[in-house]
Design a protein around this ligand. Sequence first.
Ligand code: ADP
Ligand code: MG
Length: 292
Amino acid sequence: ATPTSIMVGTGRGAELGVLFRKGEALQLLRDARVVAVDKTGTLTEGRPKLTDLDVSQGFDRAEVLRLVAAVESRSEHPIARAIVEAAEGEGITVPAPAEFTSVTGMGVRAGIDGRRVEVGADRYMRSLGLDVDAFDDVAKRLAGEGKSPLYAAIDGRLAAIIAVADPVKADTPAAIAALHALGLKVAMITGDNARTAQAIAARLGIDEVIAEVLPAGKVDAVRRLKDEHGGVAFVGDGINDAPALAEAEVGLAIGTGTDVAMEAADVVLMSGSLQGVPNAIALSKATIGNIR
Ligand code: ADP
Ligand code: MG
């Protein structure tokens, strides 16, 4: 590509709200084969809502919600806000917890009123030696609906299954269709439950799903896609997306996301919409396309 075509492309990108932080990204995008996309906050709103809470026998629903919300009141995860909001919405006064701990990619725990409360993914419960099989049928149904199942344990007993659902952004389906029309494959990378991720991916026509990825595992997932397909563009918004944004041939950050993601990215999508990705790729094909 000539310096002029890069200048023209970069300028045109700015008009479209696609900010090229590196000129070479415009060239590399043309050769992308796969667009790998973070789920939460990129494909979805990143604002989950609590949809279900089923308690085990002998537990009181309102009391479980109060204790779980107390733990989550100290967490910054979007799931935490969903649970605290649900509790407050039911008129529950959420107490402050003691000894709060966040276990990366797993869940959170704290003490409240002398009780030990843990909330998180099935793998977190298993790591605590708790069996979640009692909720197996419920969990499968919830995940099949694209909801994320979580569990709560109180004093070492499985107390509840909880589900949160994070709505897909309105413009996500059209953006995926546009990527397919440009001949690209779309992959989803997420820390969420595999069955939940599959259900959402199936609805969106996403080609490949890499789920239950720990934050540090996103880089490995991008590396694997590179080995399999060649040119990988990664799209993300979160702090934990930064290494994957750097690892991909082209990293694209959602402009409404975290500063850390934007600093690690080659391209920033100012509109906050995934539609910026097919726009950027179409632009790279148009401006770099025939000039080599
Ligand atoms: P993601 O960005 O995909 O949610 P994370 O690594 O932040 O990935 O979390 C992975 C999983 O760990 C979540 O899907 C959830 O099951 C569990 N988890 C993490 N933080 C919390 C929390 N504050 N409350 C409940 N579960 C949590
Ligand atoms: Mg995200």
